[in-house]
Design a protein around this ligand. Structure first.
Ligand code: NAP
Length: 271
Protein backbone atom coordinates (compact mmCIF):
# COMPACT_ATOMS: atom_id res chain seq x y z
CA UNK A 1 0.00 0.00 0.00
CA UNK A 2 1.46 3.34 -1.06
CA UNK A 3 -1.03 5.65 0.69
CA UNK A 4 -1.14 6.42 4.43
CA UNK A 5 -4.10 8.79 4.74
CA UNK A 6 -7.39 8.77 2.81
CA UNK A 7 -10.04 11.48 2.94
CA UNK A 8 -13.54 10.18 2.12
CA UNK A 9 -15.96 12.90 1.01
CA UNK A 10 -19.66 12.20 1.53
CA UNK A 11 -18.55 9.86 4.29
CA UNK A 12 -21.86 9.71 6.13
CA UNK A 13 -23.77 8.67 2.99
CA UNK A 14 -24.82 5.25 1.70
CA UNK A 15 -21.65 4.88 -0.37
CA UNK A 16 -19.19 7.01 1.61
CA UNK A 17 -19.87 5.13 4.85
CA UNK A 18 -19.09 1.87 3.04
CA UNK A 19 -15.86 3.31 1.65
CA UNK A 20 -14.83 4.20 5.21
CA UNK A 21 -15.78 0.69 6.39
CA UNK A 22 -13.80 -1.00 3.61
CA UNK A 23 -10.57 0.95 4.14
CA UNK A 24 -8.06 -0.94 6.22
CA UNK A 25 -4.55 -0.10 7.34
CA UNK A 26 -4.77 3.62 6.54
CA UNK A 27 -5.81 6.70 8.52
CA UNK A 28 -9.28 7.73 7.34
CA UNK A 29 -10.75 11.23 7.45
CA UNK A 30 -14.54 11.38 7.04
CA UNK A 31 -15.75 14.58 5.37
CA UNK A 32 -19.34 15.81 5.41
CA UNK A 33 -21.04 19.16 6.02
CA UNK A 34 -22.26 18.06 9.43
CA UNK A 35 -19.05 16.24 10.36
CA UNK A 36 -20.69 13.20 11.94
CA UNK A 37 -18.72 10.22 13.24
CA UNK A 38 -18.33 7.21 10.89
CA UNK A 39 -16.67 4.19 12.49
CA UNK A 40 -13.16 5.01 13.66
CA UNK A 41 -12.58 7.68 11.02
CA UNK A 42 -11.61 11.22 12.04
CA UNK A 43 -14.71 13.40 11.42
CA UNK A 44 -14.02 16.45 9.26
CA UNK A 45 -16.49 19.27 8.59
CA UNK A 46 -16.48 20.89 5.16
CA UNK A 47 -18.71 21.90 2.26
CA UNK A 48 -17.37 20.87 -1.15
CA UNK A 49 -19.38 23.71 -2.66
CA UNK A 50 -16.99 26.12 -0.91
CA UNK A 51 -13.58 25.59 -2.55
CA UNK A 52 -11.68 28.04 -0.32
CA UNK A 53 -13.39 26.70 2.82
CA UNK A 54 -12.13 23.15 2.25
CA UNK A 55 -8.67 24.02 0.86
CA UNK A 56 -6.83 23.34 4.11
CA UNK A 57 -8.43 19.88 4.42
CA UNK A 58 -6.29 18.36 1.65
CA UNK A 59 -2.95 18.72 3.37
CA UNK A 60 -1.46 15.49 4.71
CA UNK A 61 -3.88 13.44 2.58
CA UNK A 62 -2.61 10.87 0.06
CA UNK A 63 -5.86 9.90 -1.67
CA UNK A 64 -9.39 11.34 -1.86
CA UNK A 65 -12.74 9.66 -2.51
CA UNK A 66 -14.87 12.28 -4.25
CA UNK A 67 -18.53 12.09 -5.28
CA UNK A 68 -19.17 13.88 -8.61
CA UNK A 69 -21.11 17.06 -9.07
CA UNK A 70 -19.76 19.92 -6.99
CA UNK A 71 -19.72 23.42 -8.52
CA UNK A 72 -15.94 23.72 -9.02
CA UNK A 73 -14.52 20.20 -9.31
CA UNK A 74 -11.48 21.37 -11.38
CA UNK A 75 -10.68 23.91 -8.64
CA UNK A 76 -11.03 21.33 -5.87
CA UNK A 77 -8.71 18.97 -7.77
CA UNK A 78 -6.12 21.73 -8.40
CA UNK A 79 -6.06 22.47 -4.67
CA UNK A 80 -5.65 18.77 -3.88
CA UNK A 81 -2.72 18.50 -6.29
CA UNK A 82 -1.08 21.64 -4.83
CA UNK A 83 -1.47 20.20 -1.32
CA UNK A 84 0.29 16.96 -2.30
CA UNK A 85 -2.65 14.61 -2.81
CA UNK A 86 -1.59 11.82 -5.21
CA UNK A 87 -4.75 10.00 -6.13
CA UNK A 88 -8.48 10.63 -6.53
CA UNK A 89 -11.31 8.14 -6.94
CA UNK A 90 -14.45 9.69 -8.39
CA UNK A 91 -17.96 8.38 -7.75
CA UNK A 92 -19.75 8.92 -11.07
CA UNK A 93 -22.65 6.92 -12.57
CA UNK A 94 -23.25 4.31 -15.24
CA UNK A 95 -25.56 6.84 -16.90
CA UNK A 96 -22.54 8.58 -18.47
CA UNK A 97 -22.03 5.61 -20.82
CA UNK A 98 -23.47 6.80 -24.13
CA UNK A 99 -25.25 9.57 -22.21
CA UNK A 100 -26.48 12.89 -23.56
CA UNK A 101 -24.81 16.09 -22.29
CA UNK A 102 -28.17 17.91 -22.44
CA UNK A 103 -29.22 15.75 -19.50
CA UNK A 104 -28.31 17.60 -16.30
CA UNK A 105 -27.39 14.46 -14.30
CA UNK A 106 -25.32 13.00 -17.14
CA UNK A 107 -23.67 16.38 -17.61
CA UNK A 108 -22.47 16.96 -14.04
CA UNK A 109 -20.97 13.49 -13.96
CA UNK A 110 -19.28 13.83 -17.38
CA UNK A 111 -17.86 17.22 -16.37
CA UNK A 112 -16.52 15.79 -13.09
CA UNK A 113 -14.98 12.80 -14.91
CA UNK A 114 -13.22 15.08 -17.40
CA UNK A 115 -11.87 17.23 -14.57
CA UNK A 116 -10.48 14.16 -12.82
CA UNK A 117 -8.80 12.88 -15.99
CA UNK A 118 -7.27 16.34 -16.58
CA UNK A 119 -6.25 16.89 -12.96
CA UNK A 120 -2.69 15.62 -13.12
CA UNK A 121 -3.56 13.31 -10.20
CA UNK A 122 -3.65 9.53 -10.46
CA UNK A 123 -7.34 8.77 -10.93
CA UNK A 124 -9.95 6.05 -11.12
CA UNK A 125 -13.63 6.56 -11.96
CA UNK A 126 -16.48 4.41 -10.58
CA UNK A 127 -19.63 4.17 -12.71
CA UNK A 128 -22.15 2.24 -10.60
CA UNK A 129 -25.66 1.16 -11.47
CA UNK A 130 -28.64 2.22 -9.33
CA UNK A 131 -28.08 1.60 -5.63
CA UNK A 132 -29.84 -1.11 -3.58
CA UNK A 133 -30.05 1.56 -0.87
CA UNK A 134 -32.61 3.45 -2.97
CA UNK A 135 -35.04 0.94 -1.43
CA UNK A 136 -34.62 2.86 1.85
CA UNK A 137 -37.08 5.29 0.25
CA UNK A 138 -39.74 2.65 1.03
CA UNK A 139 -39.04 2.80 4.77
CA UNK A 140 -41.02 2.58 6.98
CA UNK A 141 -42.70 -0.03 4.83
CA UNK A 142 -46.46 0.35 4.23
CA UNK A 143 -48.67 -2.49 3.00
CA UNK A 144 -48.79 -0.83 -0.43
CA UNK A 145 -45.67 0.77 -1.96
CA UNK A 146 -46.11 3.18 -4.90
CA UNK A 147 -43.09 3.12 -7.18
CA UNK A 148 -42.21 5.21 -10.25
CA UNK A 149 -40.71 3.51 -13.31
CA UNK A 150 -41.86 0.20 -11.82
CA UNK A 151 -41.37 -1.61 -15.14
CA UNK A 152 -37.68 -0.64 -15.48
CA UNK A 153 -35.25 -3.47 -14.72
CA UNK A 154 -32.01 -2.44 -12.98
CA UNK A 155 -28.89 -4.39 -12.02
CA UNK A 156 -28.88 -2.68 -8.61
CA UNK A 157 -25.63 -2.66 -6.66
CA UNK A 158 -24.91 -2.87 -2.93
CA UNK A 159 -23.09 0.32 -1.83
CA UNK A 160 -20.84 -2.05 0.15
CA UNK A 161 -19.49 -3.36 -3.17
CA UNK A 162 -18.87 0.20 -4.39
CA UNK A 163 -17.08 0.85 -1.10
CA UNK A 164 -14.91 -2.25 -1.48
CA UNK A 165 -13.88 -1.34 -5.03
CA UNK A 166 -13.28 2.28 -3.99
CA UNK A 167 -11.07 1.20 -1.09
CA UNK A 168 -9.01 -0.88 -3.53
CA UNK A 169 -8.72 1.96 -6.04
CA UNK A 170 -7.73 4.43 -3.30
CA UNK A 171 -4.90 2.30 -1.97
CA UNK A 172 -3.73 0.34 -5.03
CA UNK A 173 -2.04 2.10 -7.96
CA UNK A 174 -3.02 -0.87 -10.14
CA UNK A 175 -6.44 0.63 -10.88
CA UNK A 176 -5.10 4.03 -11.98
CA UNK A 177 -6.54 5.34 -15.23
CA UNK A 178 -9.54 2.99 -15.24
CA UNK A 179 -13.23 3.82 -15.54
CA UNK A 180 -15.06 0.94 -13.88
CA UNK A 181 -18.67 0.11 -14.73
CA UNK A 182 -19.99 -1.52 -11.53
CA UNK A 183 -23.28 -3.42 -11.14
CA UNK A 184 -24.93 -5.92 -8.86
CA UNK A 185 -25.14 -9.65 -9.70
CA UNK A 186 -28.61 -9.71 -11.31
CA UNK A 187 -31.21 -7.57 -13.05
CA UNK A 188 -34.41 -7.11 -11.04
CA UNK A 189 -37.65 -5.13 -11.04
CA UNK A 190 -38.70 -3.06 -8.02
CA UNK A 191 -41.51 -5.54 -7.27
CA UNK A 192 -38.98 -8.38 -7.06
CA UNK A 193 -36.85 -6.42 -4.60
CA UNK A 194 -39.90 -5.53 -2.55
CA UNK A 195 -40.89 -9.22 -2.47
CA UNK A 196 -37.50 -10.08 -0.94
CA UNK A 197 -38.01 -7.48 1.79
CA UNK A 198 -41.56 -8.64 2.44
CA UNK A 199 -40.42 -12.26 2.76
CA UNK A 200 -37.61 -11.38 5.17
CA UNK A 201 -40.00 -9.27 7.26
CA UNK A 202 -42.79 -11.86 7.11
CA UNK A 203 -45.11 -9.17 5.77
CA UNK A 204 -47.71 -9.02 3.02
CA UNK A 205 -46.65 -6.02 0.93
CA UNK A 206 -47.79 -5.07 -2.57
CA UNK A 207 -46.16 -2.80 -5.15
CA UNK A 208 -48.41 -0.41 -7.05
CA UNK A 209 -46.82 1.20 -10.14
CA UNK A 210 -47.00 4.99 -9.85
CA UNK A 211 -48.43 6.50 -13.07
CA UNK A 212 -45.90 8.74 -14.86
CA UNK A 213 -48.02 11.90 -14.43
CA UNK A 214 -48.26 11.34 -10.67
CA UNK A 215 -44.53 10.60 -10.47
CA UNK A 216 -43.67 13.78 -12.36
CA UNK A 217 -45.86 15.89 -10.07
CA UNK A 218 -44.45 14.33 -6.87
CA UNK A 219 -40.83 14.57 -8.05
CA UNK A 220 -41.28 18.19 -9.20
CA UNK A 221 -42.28 19.13 -5.65
CA UNK A 222 -39.06 17.54 -4.35
CA UNK A 223 -36.35 18.55 -6.85
CA UNK A 224 -35.59 21.09 -9.61
CA UNK A 225 -37.37 20.43 -12.92
CA UNK A 226 -34.17 19.61 -14.90
CA UNK A 227 -33.51 16.72 -12.49
CA UNK A 228 -37.05 15.40 -12.92
CA UNK A 229 -36.54 15.61 -16.70
CA UNK A 230 -33.22 13.78 -16.33
CA UNK A 231 -34.88 10.78 -14.66
CA UNK A 232 -37.71 10.70 -17.20
CA UNK A 233 -35.16 10.86 -20.02
CA UNK A 234 -33.18 8.01 -18.42
CA UNK A 235 -36.09 5.66 -17.77
CA UNK A 236 -38.77 6.70 -20.27
CA UNK A 237 -36.66 8.27 -23.04
CA UNK A 238 -34.26 5.32 -23.19
CA UNK A 239 -31.14 7.37 -22.37
CA UNK A 240 -29.93 4.95 -19.70
CA UNK A 241 -29.88 1.16 -19.91
CA UNK A 242 -29.11 0.16 -16.33
CA UNK A 243 -30.42 -3.34 -16.91
CA UNK A 244 -27.32 -5.36 -17.60
CA UNK A 245 -24.75 -7.03 -15.37
CA UNK A 246 -21.00 -6.48 -15.55
CA UNK A 247 -18.41 -8.76 -13.95
CA UNK A 248 -16.22 -5.90 -12.71
CA UNK A 249 -17.06 -6.39 -9.01
CA UNK A 250 -16.32 -10.15 -8.91
CA UNK A 251 -13.31 -9.71 -11.21
CA UNK A 252 -11.77 -7.14 -8.86
CA UNK A 253 -12.85 -8.54 -5.51
CA UNK A 254 -12.55 -12.27 -6.20
CA UNK A 255 -16.04 -12.99 -4.85
CA UNK A 256 -19.59 -12.57 -6.22
CA UNK A 257 -21.24 -9.15 -6.13
CA UNK A 258 -23.65 -8.92 -3.20
CA UNK A 259 -27.29 -9.75 -3.86
CA UNK A 260 -30.28 -7.62 -2.93
CA UNK A 261 -31.19 -10.27 -0.35
CA UNK A 262 -27.79 -9.84 1.32
CA UNK A 263 -28.22 -6.06 1.32
CA UNK A 264 -31.75 -6.40 2.74
CA UNK A 265 -30.63 -8.73 5.55
CA UNK A 266 -28.15 -6.10 6.73
CA UNK A 267 -30.60 -3.19 6.47
CA UNK A 268 -33.84 -4.88 7.54
CA UNK A 269 -34.03 -2.81 10.72
CA UNK A 270 -34.60 0.34 8.65
CA UNK A 271 -37.95 -0.97 7.36
N1 NAP B 1 -28.75 6.54 -5.82
C1 NAP B 1 -28.29 5.97 -6.93
O1 NAP B 1 -28.88 5.00 -7.45
C2 NAP B 1 -27.03 6.50 -7.57
C3 NAP B 1 -26.50 5.84 -8.69
C4 NAP B 1 -25.29 6.30 -9.25
C5 NAP B 1 -24.66 7.41 -8.68
N2 NAP B 1 -25.22 8.04 -7.59
C6 NAP B 1 -24.49 9.19 -6.99
O2 NAP B 1 -23.96 8.76 -5.76
C7 NAP B 1 -23.93 9.89 -4.88
C8 NAP B 1 -23.85 9.41 -3.43
O3 NAP B 1 -25.03 8.67 -3.13
P1 NAP B 1 -25.37 8.29 -1.62
O4 NAP B 1 -26.64 7.48 -1.67
O5 NAP B 1 -24.18 7.76 -0.92
O6 NAP B 1 -25.72 9.75 -1.05
P2 NAP B 1 -26.18 10.16 0.42
O7 NAP B 1 -26.48 8.94 1.24
O8 NAP B 1 -27.23 11.20 0.25
O9 NAP B 1 -24.85 10.83 1.04
C9 NAP B 1 -24.36 12.05 0.61
C10 NAP B 1 -23.13 12.35 1.45
O10 NAP B 1 -22.47 13.54 0.95
C11 NAP B 1 -22.40 14.51 2.00
N3 NAP B 1 -22.52 15.80 1.32
C12 NAP B 1 -23.55 16.25 0.57
N4 NAP B 1 -23.28 17.46 0.07
C13 NAP B 1 -22.02 17.78 0.50
C14 NAP B 1 -21.17 18.92 0.32
N5 NAP B 1 -21.56 19.98 -0.40
N6 NAP B 1 -19.95 18.90 0.91
C15 NAP B 1 -19.54 17.84 1.64
N7 NAP B 1 -20.30 16.74 1.84
C16 NAP B 1 -21.53 16.72 1.27
C17 NAP B 1 -23.55 14.14 2.95
O11 NAP B 1 -23.36 14.57 4.28
P3 NAP B 1 -23.85 16.05 4.77
O12 NAP B 1 -25.28 16.17 4.33
O13 NAP B 1 -23.64 16.07 6.25
O14 NAP B 1 -22.93 16.99 4.07
C18 NAP B 1 -23.43 12.62 2.90
O15 NAP B 1 -22.30 12.21 3.66
C19 NAP B 1 -25.20 10.65 -5.24
O16 NAP B 1 -25.03 12.02 -4.95
C20 NAP B 1 -25.38 10.38 -6.73
O17 NAP B 1 -24.92 11.48 -7.49
C21 NAP B 1 -26.38 7.60 -7.04
Amino acid sequence: MDIETVLVAGATGNVGSEVVRALDGVEVRALSRRGARVGDAVPVIGDLGDRAGVRELWSGVGAVFLPAGHPDVPGLLADMRDAGVRRVVLLSTGAVVGGDLDNVVTRFNVVSEAAVRDSGLEWAVLRPSGFMSNALGWAPLDDVVREPFADVPVAVIDPADIGAVAARALTDPGLAGRSLRLTGPEVTLPAERLAVLAELLGRDVRLEPEPDDDARERMTAAMPAPYVDAFFRFFRGGEYDDGHVTTTVPDLLGRPARSFRQWAEVHLGAF
